[in-house]
Design a protein around this ligand. Structure first.
Ligand code: DON
Length: 597
C-alpha cells in the first residue's frame, strides 16, 4: 500500500480513463455531449463531472514543509524522501526525473529532453532548456519523399525522428548550479528501482499496454516491457536491469558516459543500423542553455513560464494579455462568454505561435511585439462579440514570416525554492525503440518540427518556416513548466503533458485558481478546453459545458469536438490564507501521487 505523508486520505480507485497524451492519439467522437449541470459563478466540487467522466476521486493533500507531485507515486515518494533528507527542490527534481525514467518509461526519460523553470529562495527566476537538438546531418525536407510528400510515421516511428537527447546534461547542469547533493545521491533511488523492479499498478499497466504491438516488433524492447510476449499485469514486478546498468554508468562517470562514452556509442550504432542520422559528434556537441523565463502579469499575479524554443510561455502570456480586461470571474467558469473570449484569444495567439516561433538560436522570435499591450489590444478588437471567427480569417498577425508523450512534475521545498519540470520523449515511448542494451526509449521529437509547411504534425499543429528542420536546431515545443507569484510570494507551480493542449491545460489551471477562486483540487478536476487555430475546432473534455452553453457556442459558429481527456496537471498551490502547500494527484493519471511533509 502506498504511504501518504500527511495525506488527507488514501482513496485509490482503479484506473478510469485512458492515456492522456495528444488528442491525435485518441478516438474522439465528432460532436460533444454535455453532461455537466449549469453553473453560476465558480465551479463547485459536486459539479465537476467526475462520475460522468469515470475518474477516481483523488484526495486534496496538504503539507507544511515540502511537496512533490508527479505522474508516478514511487517517483513522488523519492522526491519527498530527498526533501526530508535535507535536499532542496532542485535535488528532489533531479531525483524525481531519474525515477520517472524508470517508473514512468512512456514519458519520464533519459532518451528525450525538456525544460525546467525555477524560483529560487534568493528571488531569482530561471529557466533551463535541455530540449533535444536535430542531428547535424538533418535537412529541411528529410521527412518528405522524392515527390515532396511527408512520409507518414517517418518522424514518429523511425530513427529519423530522434533528436539528440538533453535530459542527462540538463539534470547535471541544474544539480551542479543549484543543487546541494551529488549526482550519485539523487540517482541512487532510480538505479535501485530499475534493478530491484517495482510493482505495477493498474495505471502503469494501462500506459504500457498502449504500445504492446510496437513492443512485440523489437525483441530487445519485448524482453523487458512484455512478460514472455504478453502485456504485464497489475501486481507483477517490472525489472529493468539494462536501464539500471545505464544509470549506473551515468552515476559513475556523469554526463560524459552519456555524451562521450558507451551510451552515445550504443545509440549511434543502433541509429546507423536503422537508417538514422545520429553521430558521435551530435552527442559531443550537445549543449543545454539557461534562459530568462517569459514573464507577464495577470490580475496581480506574475507568471514565469517557458521561453522559446518552447512556445508555451509566449502563448500563455499572449492569451492572458488579450483576455485580461474581460470579467471572467463574473461571467463564470466555462460560461458562453468566457469560453468565447478564451477561445478567440487562443485562436489568435496560436496563429502567432505557429507562424513566428522557433529555436532562438536560429530565428528571431518577435516576443516583445507579441506580448505588447498594443498587440493584445489589436487582437482583442478583432474578436466579434457574438460570433466565432473562422480560423481561415485569422493569420499570424505581424504579417508574413520573414526569413502525444510527456510528463510534468512540480516540487516545492521548505527553503523557498520551487521547481517545475516538463520533459518528454514526445509520443508514448517515443519511437518505441531502444538502442541495443541501453534500456531506455528514444524520443521522436523531430516530429515537433515543421515536416513541411501546411502539413499538420501528430498534434495537428500546422506550423511554419520559423520551425523548419535545420541541423543542430531545437524543435518548437508547447511544454510550459510555469511558476506563478503573487505579492512577491510563491503562489503556484504548474504544468502538464499533452502536446499542443499543454498550453491550454496549464493556462486553465492558473485561471481556475487565480480567476475563479477554485482550490487546487477543483482546478485540476475541472474539465478543460483547447483551441489551437487549426483545426478550427474547440476541443473539450466531457462535461466541459453545460448543455445550454454548448448549444449557444454552436449557434455562434463553434465546432466542438469532445476528447476523452487532456494532459494531467501536476500543480502545487500555496494557500494564501493558511500558508500551507496544497496539491492533488490529477485523477486523469491514477498512478500519480501528490505527497509532502
Ligand atoms: O514539446 C512538445 O510540445 C511535445 N513534444 C510534447 C509532447 C507531449 O506532451 C505528448 N503528450 N502527452
Amino acid at each position: 500500500m502506498r504511504k501518504f505523508l500527511l495525506a488527507a486520505a488514501v482513496t485509490l480507485l482503479a484506473a478510469g480513463g485512458g492515456a492522456s497524451c495528444a488528442f491525435a492519439d485518441q478516438s474522439a467522437p465528432a460532436s460533444a455531449s454535455s453532461t455537466q449541470a449549469a453553473q453560476d459563478g465558480p465551479i463547485q466540487p459536486k459539479l465537476q463531472g467526475n462520475i460522468e467522466r469515470n475518474l477516481p476521486d483523488e484526495p486534496l493533500v496538504t503539507a507544511r514543509h515540502g511537496m512533490v507531485v508527479s505522474a508516478q507515486h514511487l517517483a513522488t515518494q523519492i522526491g519527498v524522501d530527498i526533501l526530508q533528507q535535507g535536499g532542496n527542490a532542485v535535488d528532489a527534481a533531479v531525483a524525481v526525473g531519474y525515477a520517472l525514467a524508470v517508473v514512468h518509461p512512456c514519458c519520464g526519460n533519459i532518451g528525450g529532453g525538456g525544460f525546467m523553470t525555477l524560483h529560487l529562495a534568493d528571488g531569482q527566476n530561471l529557466f533551463l532548456d535541455f530540449r533535444e537538438k536535430a542531428p547535424l546531418a538533418a535537412t529541411e525536407d528529410m521527412m518528405q519523399n522524392a515527390a515532396g510528400q511527408v512520409v507518414k510515421g517517418r518522424s514518429t516511428r523511425t530513427y529519423l525522428g530522434v533528436g539528440v537527447p538533453g535530459t542527462v546534461l540538463g539534470f547535471d547542469e541544474a544539480l551542479k548550479h543549484h543543487g546541494t547533493m551529488t549526482l550519485q545521491q539523487v540517482i541512487a533511488p532510480a538505479i535501485k528501482l530499475a534493478k530491484d523492479g517495482y510493482t505495477l499498478e493498474a495505471g502503469d499497466v494501462r500506459i504500457l499496454d498502449t504500445s504492446t504491438d510496437a513492443f512485440r516488433r523489437s525483441p530487445n524492447v519485448a524482453a523487458t516491457f512484455l512478460d514472455h510476449g504478453q502485456p504485464w499485469k497489475a501486481g507483477q514486478v517490472l525489472k529493468q536491469p539494462e536501464l539500471a546498468r545505464t544509470l549506473e554508468m551515468i552515476s559513475e562517470d556523469g554526463s560524459k558516459a552519456f555524451y562521450d562514452g558507451p551510451i552515445a556509442a550504443a545509440v549511434v550504432k543502433a541509429s546507423e543500423a536503422n537508417h538514422g542520422l545520429l553521430t558521435l559528434q551530435d552527442f559531443r556537441d550537445y549543449t543545454v542553455q539557461w534562459e530568462r523565463p517569459i514573464e507577464c502579469g495577470y490580475h496581480g499575479y506574475t507568471i514565469y513560464s517557458a521561453p522559446p524554443p518552447s512556445s508555451g510561455g509566449t502563448t500563455i502570456c499572449e492569451t492572458l494579455q488579450i483576455i485580461a480586461p474581460y470579467p471572467f470571474a463574473e461571467w463564470g467558469f466555462h460560461s458562453t462568454k468566457s469560453v468565447h473570449y478564451f477561445v478567440e484569444a487562443e485562436r489568435r495567439a496560436f496563429a502567432d505561435r505557429n507562424t513566428y516561433l522557433g529555436d532562438p538560436a536560429f530565428v528571431d522570435n518577435p516576443i516583445t511585439k507579441l506580448l505588447s499591450a498594443e498587440h493584445a489590444a489589436e487582437l482583442r478588437a478583432s474578436i466579434k462579440p457574438d460570433q466565432a471567427t473562422p480560423s481561415s480569417e485569422v493569420q499570424g498577425s505581424l504579417g508574413p514570416y520573414q526569413a502525444t508523450n510527456t510528463t510534468h512534475y512540480s516540487v516545492v521545498d521548505g527553503k523557498g525554492n520551487a521547481v517545475a519540470v516538463t520533459f518528454t520523449i514526445n509520443s508514448y515511448f517515443g519511437i518505441k525503440q531502444i538502442a541495443g542494451d541501453t534500456g531506455f526509449f528514444l524520443n521522436n521529437e523531430m516530429d515537433d518540427f515543421t515536416s513541411k509547411p501546411e502539413v499538420p504534425n501528430q498534434f495537428g499543429l500546422v506550423q511554419g518556416e520559423a520551425n523548419r528542420i535545420q541541423p543542430g536546431k531545437r524543435p518548437l515545443s508547447s511544454m510550459s513548466p510555469t511558476i506563478v507569484m503573487h505579492d512577491g510570494k510563491l503562489f503556484m507551480v504548474t504544468g502538464s503533458p499533452g502536446g499542443s493542449t499543454i498550453i491550454s491545460t496549464t493556462m486553465e489551471s492558473i485561471l481556475n485558481v487565480a480567476e475563479y477562486g477554485m482550490n487546487v483540487k477543483q482546478a485540476i478536476d475541472a474539465p478543460r478546453i483547447h483551441m489551437q487555430w487549426w483545426p478550427d475546432q474547440v476541443f473539450a473534455e466531457p462535461g466541459a459545458f453545460a448543455p445550454g452553453v454548448h448549444a449557444e457556442l454552436e449557434a455562434m459558429g463553434y465546432k466542438i469536438r469532445t476528447i476523452r481527456q487532456m494532459g494531467d496537471i501536476a500543480a502545487i498551490v500555496v494557500n494564501p490564507k493558511t500558508g500551507m502547500l496544497e496539491s492533488v494527484n490529477d485523477p486523469r493519471y491514477p498512478a500519480g501521487e501528490a505527497a509532502g511533509y
